[in-house]
Write a protein that binds this ligand. Structure first.
Ligand code: SF4
Length: 509
């Protein structure tokens, strides 16, 4: 026993020695991909945790000033909770550094697949690095700069004293005392082009004299350039990675992933009557579903993309199979579809989506990520996310017709312009529910509905009705015991194929 615990200790010591060597700094530029073998479970959990973190980064980044105490406190709490390196002086966090390294590369694979995903990933990773770099002490910052070969030359005290007046005049907010305290670096103009453009740096003989506090701009522009290049290169090698059948569904799920409940099991199933749907659509549906409901009522028909998105949402808010059949049939037979055609075609696909036909997969409603990033609507379609897919002028009209206050509309349009579609939707929620702060991070249309109902009913009804969770878009019966921390799982491979099957049933217009 003692022998084996001694060996275990030795193994651990060797392992931590190797980690120390591999991760000499708590901050990384992620230049070298990980080479070790990891289990599929670790792969998934690392990736989901980083995605959670990046979503928090996004949320905080548009809601608070990045240098504010609130922003820093919240982000540190999240890093600490998810076990990523979270403070400058944490010296024994090698496991956290490993997780940081590996998870970054996994998401790089998942988020290199389209221009939109790449842009989102790059932005959040930049914000994360900025925060973490600024949290470093001067000594650690210097160590990091050397570590990533950005070892700019610190000027001597004599040179600094000689240039003190110029340095003070050209560094906004600096007094002479500050200049004396701060280390200045002599940096080639190419590296300091942003500071030069913003007239925030002293230039002499082709060199910029940058105070330590501004060196983050240079670090970030280096990081952006190398990460953009790396993402483009990863995208090129994607076909060979995607040929791995275990990885492909995982990566696809991650890029569409919703890290929260999957709204598959409802305690409120059957508690909503069909007569309530019109009123609920005005009060508690997110814009995407409100638009689909209106189109269905107006045209007595929805094309397959709309039926998939809206049908699964309705299932998620609690419509039973019988109700769904009645709801769709009543509406469709008011249009061009007769009852017989409905029973033979559409009814089968509805039963299928409830897991009563085919391979009996119990499909879950689409997350915002999936709606935003896949299957964009074309002419005659009403599915998708209006914040992502609507022309801004049309979106404005839509919001005006729903009596959204005009000051709020411009805020929403600003967020849309910055490609923060879910945050625009959060703003819409705040405006339509007259709350100052939504108090949650919106990721799912069904989450919108649940939170709206909770708010409107004073927290009495529908609260926490969503007992089961996970992050996949669909879940087979065999997966129903998954816990709330479940990540997308390898079993989604089969489920992915199933979804394609279901989509085929819905392809008839
Ligand atoms: Fe729907 Fe999500 Fe878009 Fe809101 S952000 S409209 S919930 S897809």
């Amino acid at each position: 026993m003692e022998f084996s615990s001694g060996r275990a200790r030795l193994k651990l010591a060797r392992q931590s020695g190797a980690r120390r060597e591999q991760y000499p700094h708590s901050l990384q530029f992620y230049r070298e991909p990980p080479t070790e073998n990891i289990s599929l479970a670790e792969f998934e959990s690392f990736a989901v945790d980083r995605l959670r973190l990046l979503k928090v980064v996004e949320n905080l980044g548009v809601s608070y000033v990045r240098t504010s105490e609130f922003y820093k406190t919240k982000l540190e709490a999240e890093l600490r909770k998810l076990k990523f390196p979270y403070k400058a002086l944490a010296e024994e966090d090698y496991e956290a550094r490993r997780k940081d390294h590996i998870s970054h590369f996994i998401l790089r694979l998942a988020y290199c697949q389209s221009e939109e995903l790449r842009r989102w990933f790059l932005q959040q990773e930049m914000d994360l690095l900025r925060y973490r770099f600024n949290e470093l002490t001067d000594v650690l910052r210097q160590k990091f700069l050397e570590h990533v070969n950005l070892s700019f030359e610190a000027i001597s005290e004599d040179v600094k004293n000689e240039l003190a007046d110029e340095l003070c005049a050209s560094t906004p907010g600096f007094t002479m005392t500050k200049v004396r305290e701060q280390t200045y670096y002599k940096v080639g103009l190419v590296d300091a082009v942003d500071l030069f453009r913003a007239r925030r740096v002293f230039i002499k003989d082709g060199f910029a004299y940058v105070p330590l506090k501004d060196i983050d701009a240079i670090v970030l522009s280096n990081y952006r350039a190398s990460l953009s290049k790396a993402l483009a290169m990863t995208a090129r090698s994607l076909p060979s990675i995607q040929s791995d059948e275990r990885l492909r569904p995982l990566l696809n799920h991650l890029s569409h992933s919703y890290v929260g409940p999957d709204y598959s099991v409802q305690k409120n199933t059957g508690k909503i009557s069909l007569e309530q749907i019109d009123a609920l659509s005005a009060k508690s549906f997110p814009l995407c579903m409100r638009q689909l409901h209106k189109a269905l009522r107006d045209n007595h028909h929805l094309r397959h993309g709309g039926r998939m998105q809206y049908g699964l949402f309705l299932k998620g808010i609690g419509l039973t199979l019988e109700q769904a059949l009645e709801f769709w049939k009543k509406e469709f037979i008011r249009g061009k579809v007769d009852a017989d055609k409905f029973d033979k075609g559409y009814a089968y696909s509805i039963r299928h989506s409830y897991g009563k036909e085919g391979r009996r997969t119990d499909y879950t409603p689409y997350s915002c990520m999936k709606i935003i990033t896949s299957n964009p609507p074309s002419q005659g379609d009403y599915h998708g996310c209006p914040f992502r897919h609507c022309d801004p002028e049309l979106l404005k009209q839509k919001l005006q017709s729903y009596k959204t206050p005009s000051s709020g509309i411009s805020q929403i349009l600003e967020l849309v312009k910055g490609m923060h579609f879910q945050l625009a939707c959060q703003k819409y929620f705040e405006l339509t529910h007259e709350v100052d702060d939504i108090g949650f991070s919106l990721n799912h249309p069904n989450q919108y509905f649940t939170e709206s109902q909770r708010l409107l009913s004073g927290g009495r009804e529908l609260k926490k009705e969503l007992g089961n969770s996970g992050s996949s878009q669909q879940k087979s019966h065999s997966q129903e015991s998954m816990t709330s921390s479940s990540a997308p799982t390898a079993s989604n491979t089969a489920a992915d194929a199933e979804l394609e099957g279901l989509e085929a049933y819905f392809t008839e217009d």
